[in-house]
Design a protein around this ligand. Structure first.
Ligand SMILES: *Cc1c(COP(=O)(O)O)cnc(C)c1O
Length: 420
């Protein structure tokens, strides 16, 4: 038995799979809302606290609407993500554009929405000014370089393409001020899937200190700091979730120690978490369609890496449950595979599982962030749909599965007929 939970029993899941053929994503609205409320409660004493959900993690308007109701804004990095935010009524400072290598039309769309634009590079000050004009309020993304040790996934900050160097941040804000910008935000993101609260507190210290230095050396007073995303989730059974209360306490201590004496209080605290907001509350549900015995034992399922690429791309662990056999002893060792012609299309490698029969339904856990969103169409595979488990127990389809017509929509077969 593991501490990994799936919200439906076998009978209810079978009924659901009759209405909506596998594979599909299932998201638990009640659990998402409870998690959002825990985060907001932990940071309730912070001035202007706001979580801007990283839309890329789960770009579905139903989910954004749920999170907006819980008080969250949106963190966008593309035109499509800005449009999604707008569609659910998010605009103004509830939306932040944290992008990089940004095309002019995306800056323009953000400006039109009144979104806070978070610049990734010092050269973007003039680029933004020339192409769409500078808004009153601008944020800049800091890359601490060798000052901060990277974590395993995001890598070392000095090797990361993002943000301004320290010197550039100081010069950049002075330049923004001289060009008439009146309100300033400071951003950094140096972690990915980091479960250690101390790591995030340390990031807060770095950014608070930089805000203080900025005020002391240039007179520019930032009104908001954004710690970016990167909060981890316990993908493996037995791992401990990030404790929001411990995190908030640590950041509060850093705030009292650095921000208040620097005369920067009140300074608004923003986050742009994705994974921790929706990740644990989504499952990819798939059916075993083949068993294969060669040098290893394989369970072939009807989902593929096109639906969830994290295991194939990063070797990421996603827990797998055979629904209805959660209590059964894990007597078998399987590779659980999808159908792509790529040997890394495996949801699990040499995984201990109960005996799986063709027709069994499997839940791949912690797929609610960077799951469906990272799907692709290689090998002509169609991405599956998304279902929402409502707090009243009903299930609402919130995205249909792709069809073969969707796949061919960008081709003109009629034109090809006449092509010689
Ligand atoms: C990906 C990303 C996030 C969200 O990261 P999570 O690890 O999902 O919390 C937030 N901000 C930026 C700029 C990102 O690129």
């Amino acid at each position: 038995m593991s501490d990994k939970h799936f919200p439906l029993d076998l009978q209810r899941l079978r009924q659901l799979a009759e209405r909506f053929p596998t594979p599909f994503y299932l998201y638990d609205e009640g659990a998402m809302r409870a998690n959002a409320k825990r985060l907001v409660a932990a940071f309730k004493d912070f001035h202007g606290f706001r979580e801007h959900f990283a839309v890329k993690a789960l770009p579905n308007p139903f989910i954004l609407k749920i999170l907006a109701e819980e008080g969250f804004g949106a963190d966008c990095a593309s035109l499509a993500e800005l449009i999604l935010a707008e569609k659910v009524g998010l605009r103004g400072e509830k939306v932040i554009l944290t992008s990089n290598d940004t095309p002019a039309h995306e800056f323009a769309a953000a400006r039109k929405l009144g979104a806070l634009i978070n610049l990734d590079d010092i050269s973007h000050i003039d680029f933004l000014a020339a192409n769409v004009g500078l808004p009153e309020y601008v944020s800049c993304r800091y890359n601490p370089g060798a000052l901060k040790e990277g974590n395993a996934i995001i890598g070392k900050p000095e090797e990361a393409k993002y943000g301004f160097t320290r010197e550039q941040i100081l010069a950049g804000f002075a330049r923004l001020r001289d060009k008439g910008v009146r309100r300033f935000g400071l951003h950094t993101m140096v972690a990915s899937n980091e479960l250690n609260a101390d790591y995030h507190v340390e990031t807060a210290r770095i950014i608070f200190n930089l805000a203080a230095e900025l005020k002391a050396t240039t007179g520019v007073r930032v009104e908001s700091v954004n710690l970016g995303g990167g909060a981890g989730i316990p993908y493996r059974p037995g791992q401990k979730a990030l404790d929001y209360t411990v995190l908030a306490r640590g950041i509060r201590a850093a705030y009292d120690e650095i921000v208040r004496p620097a005369g920067l209080d009140p300074l608004a605290l923003h986050l742009e978490w994705g994974r921790a907001i929706t990740g644990p509350y989504g499952w990819l549900v798939t059916k075993a369609i083949h068993r294969k015995s060669i040098y290893r034992e394989y369970v072939g399922v009807d989902a593929s890496m096109a639906d969830l690429m994290r295991p194939g791309m990063y070797g990421a662990y996603h827990h797998v449950s055979v629904i209805g056999k959660e209590g059964a002893p894990a007597t078998e060792t399987y590779d659980v595979t999808g159908s792509l012609c790529e040997n890394n299309d495996k949801f699990a490698v040499q995984r201990q599982l109960p005996r799986v029969e063709v027709g069994d339904l499997l839940a791949i856990h912690d797929a609610g962030a960077h799951g469906r969103a990272m799907g692709f169409n290689y090998n002509g595979k169609l991405r599956c749909g998304e279902l929402l488990l409502r707090p009243d127990g009903s299930v609402l389809p919130i995205r249909r599965a792709e069809t073969i017509d969707d796949y061919f929509a960008t081709l003109d077969f009629a034109a090809c007929e006449g092509f010689r």
